[in-house]
Ligand binder design. Structure first.
Ligand SMILES: Nc1ncnc2c1ncn2[C@@H]1O[C@H](COP(=O)(O)OP(=O)(O)O)[C@@H](O)[C@H]1O
Ligand SMILES: [Mg+2]
Length: 372
């Protein structure tokens, strides 16, 4: 799928602007605070009715205005669609597809779009909760069964935690806990297996980006880190899980919550078998985080048979000249519509003979197409 054009009225620092996009690469070049990220936000909002920056629609209305209006045309396999979103303070929102009003909920997954920005570095740098959330979001979007297992597991986990918290100092504690061990182990083992298989699929797609940017010198690997010690014996995962859970009972009684299971798992992101979080440069970490997003996109594309639109905010700052060119080439070969913002001037981005697609300069809320 691709976005033909977007038109903005009173959206953040834009008064009135129309931008026509190329079906492949589009570069938005400009200094800081000119409106590059705002334009990506407008595209993302038009396609999903959600912002990656704020929960409050009103924030996106130009300060002196209190309302905004976005319009654009999207080409999908099923045909061309005209999308419109209008907002008026305090909270009047109207979404139209081909002129007909639609509900916000139905709009969310209509157009596949993926945003990657500076904050996504946390996928590599921060604690396990963020990576579990990433896996669970990707898994749930990819497979309804994943979502069902995840939801059921968390329901059982909540019940079991409540028993530990409320009954731990009573005589019936062991009996009460026992009721929840089996469903926790059953659902937990299913969830672990789903995650391992998902991570294996993502791993294959993530590797490709590193291969294209660094050739064979850097190999990216993803490894699921399970709190249940299964010694690679996944056929007997539930048995291992159950035995180890029973051994944790005394400690659970003291700490007051469930100490074993996929709700505590993580995955390692390694470059040449060293943890990226610890040993890699910020630039490499950013490429690793981007690789996870690329993996997600390819999985979504595989499932929906529609190429998502990719929005990349400021990915070049930490890459050297050669890597910038390789990344542009990689994205070009992927054949999905990509909009990239950059503060890096064009001459530091590409050799002059390369034409990456359409190039726009962004300045004080105005977008102008420039010759490459
Ligand atoms: N609701 C708004 N109305 C008008 N201007 C806004 C609004 N929200 C943010 N801005 C302005 O937009 C500019 C930031 O734009 P942004 O797209 O984030 O810049 P960059 O080009 O660095 O990505 C800032 O100058 C900010 O003051
Ligand atoms: Mg920005």
């Amino acid at each position: 799928m691709f976005l033909e054009y977007i038109s903005l009225q009173n959206f953040r620092n834009y008064r009135q602007q129309e931008v026509s996009f190329n079906t492949a690469l589009n570069l938005l070049v400009g200094e800081n605070a000119q409106g590059k990220t705002n334009l990506l936000e407008a595209v993302y909002y038009l396609l999903t009715c959600r912002s990656f920056r704020t929960e409050t629609d009103r924030e996106m209305a130009a300060w002196e205005s209190g309302s905004f209006y976005l319009k654009g045309a999207v080409q999908q396999q099923a045909g061309r669609k005209l999308a419109e979103i209008g907002f008026q303070t305090p909270s009047k929102l109207q979404i139209k597809i081909n002129g007909a009003v639609v509900q916000k909920r139905s709009h969310l997954f209509r157009f596949p779009v993926v945003f990657f920005g500076p904050d996504d570095l946390c996928l590599v740098k921060e604690g396990p909760a963020i990576r579990r959330r990433y896996l669970d979001l990707v898994g749930s979007r990819a497979e309804p069964q994943y979502y069902r297992i995840l939801k059921d597991y968390h329901r059982v986990l909540r019940q079991r935690n409540r028993v530990i918290k409320e009954k731990r100092f009573t005589v019936s504690f062991k009996k009460n806990l026992e009721i929840w061990n089996e469903p926790l182990v059953g659902l937990g083992s299913k969830l672990i297996k789903q995650r391992i298989s998902l991570l294996n699929r993502l791993g294959v797609w993530c590797k490709e980006l590193f291969f294209n940017l660094y050739s064979k010198s850097q190999v990216l690997t993803l490894q699921y880190m399970c709190t249940v010690d299964h010694h690679g014996d996944l056929d007997n995962l539930a048995g291992h899980f159950y035995r180890q859970l029973c051994l944790k009972q005394a400690e659970e009684e003291i700490r007051g919550y469930t100490l074993l299971g996929p709700h505590l798992d993580d995955f390692n992101i390694s470059l040449n078998h060293r943890l990226a979080k610890v040993y890699s440069s910020q630039g490499q970490q950013r490429v690793a985080a981007l690789a996870l997003k690329i993996g997600e996109i390819q999985l979504l594309e595989f499932i929906s048979q529609e190429k998502p639109v990719l929005l990349l905010d400021d990915v070049f700052s930490e890459l050297d000249f050669e890597r910038r060119g390789q990344l542009l080439n990689f994205l070009k070969n992927k054949g999905m519509q990509t909009v990239i913002t950059t503060v890096v001037p064009l001459e530091q981005l590409l050799p002059s003979r390369d034409n990456p697609g359409r190039i726009f300069s962004v300045r004080e809320g105005r977008v102008v197409e420039t010759a490459p």
